[in-house]
Design a protein around this ligand. Structure first.
Ligand code: ATP
Length: 312
């Protein structure tokens, strides 16, 4: 289990991570979503003992990473697939890992097989690997010590569609066997397909935290109009959040009835009006990160990590 409590990281005057709290329960995959610079990597680096926090705690199975007796046996970490020595072969990287962790050498072959790196690939130098191969090797390295927790920063980066499908299955199976996974990504549909819970971060602060179903059910109304600007202004004037989607629709934190009434009152012609449940995580992500990036005072956005309904 991962427990992050009131975690803050300041770099000079900039607050990269601002009072972040969330938990990743045993047997679940938690998707950690946010735009560039949101604070995902910093949070994960603190969790893995690579960066110190300004305040707050980040615990794995009740301990800070650095206090774990043999961390690689408790938590598998993949923060940067390109961090391996380019001159070593994949097999050498894993062999060194077994030596550091005190594991039997056959673990190397098992992990190579698990991640689909054949003999030829295993004996190539990492400098000649594609990014997808590096991700597979990184995952093999993370899983080497048979840990109960996985912390993965953008592991789907560079994988082809077959690779993404494969990784999704691997992580699902790992969680179903009782593992805990924290997985960051910009690939929203990838996260939507595999995660049980979602934590969305924007500007260092938690913008949403809940089960995937909770978050998708709370996605409001999707509306398309011939003159969307007029409708958007009217809805904003009534205190609603309005987020334009990439394809010209509006996502509104209101019921379809309220949006329909606003359209009628402004004489706006609608071409579509429905609950946004099926609009997908991408639209929700846009909506949430837009509000997180707005100039809200510190702590104004879901400071207590209450479920999604309370954020709105
Ligand atoms: N060592 C550092 N020194 C100064 N600022 C930093 C440092 N590391 C991160 N930051 C800043 O902290 C903020 C959060 O960065 P972080 O890398 O955690 O975001 P992220 O969500 O992982 O984004 P990305 O997906 O682009 O990696 C950014 O504004 C970044 O510039």
């Amino acid at each position: 289990m991962i427990e992050i409590e009131n975690l803050t990281k300041r770099y000079g005057t900039q607050t990269a991570v601002d009072a972040v709290s969330f938990r990743c329960e045993t047997g679940t995959v938690t998707g950690f979503l946010g735009p560039n610079g949101a604070g995902k990597s910093t949070t994960m680096r603190i969790l893995c003992g690579l960066t110190s926090a300004s305040s707050g705690t980040a615990l794995i199975d009740g301990s800070p990473y650095r206090a774990l007796p043999n961390p690689g046996r408790s938590v598998g970490v993949l923060l940067d697939a390109s961090a391996q020595h380019a001159g070593r072969t994949g097999r050498e990287v894993l062999t060194l890992g077994t030596m550091v962790l005190g594991l039997p050498r056959e673990r190397v072959t098992q992990m190579l097989e698990l991640v689909g790196l054949d003999k030829k690939a295993a004996d190539k130098r990492v400098g000649n690997y594609s990014l997808g191969m590096r991700q597979r090797l990184g995952l093999a390295h993370a899983l080497l010590g048979n840990p109960s927790t996985l912390v993965l920063d953008e592991p789907a980066n560079g994988l082809d569609p077959e690779g993404i499908f494969w990784m999704r299955g691997l992580l699902r199976e790992y969680a179903d066997r009782g593992g805990t996974v924290l997985l960051s990504s910009h690939l929203l549909h990838e996260v939507e397909a595999v995660a049980d819970r979602l934590v969305v971060i924007g500007n260092g602060r938690i913008a949403a935290n809940g089960s995937k179903e909770e978050l998708l059910a709370g996605a409001g109304t999707l509306v398309r109009a011939v003159e969307p600007n007029q409708l958007a202004q009217a809805l904003q004037g009534s205190g609603h959040n309005v987020t334009p989607t990439a394809d010209g629709a509006l996502l509104v934190d209101a019921e379809p009835l309220q949006v329909g009434r606003a359209a009628a009152a402004t004489g706006t012609v609608l071409t579509e009006l429905r609950t946004a449940d099926g609009a997908g995580l991408e639209a929700l992500f846009l909506q949430l990160t837009a509000s997180a990036n707005a100039a809200a005072p510190a702590g104004a956005i879901n400071p207590t990590n209450t479920p999604m309904e309370a954020v709105r």
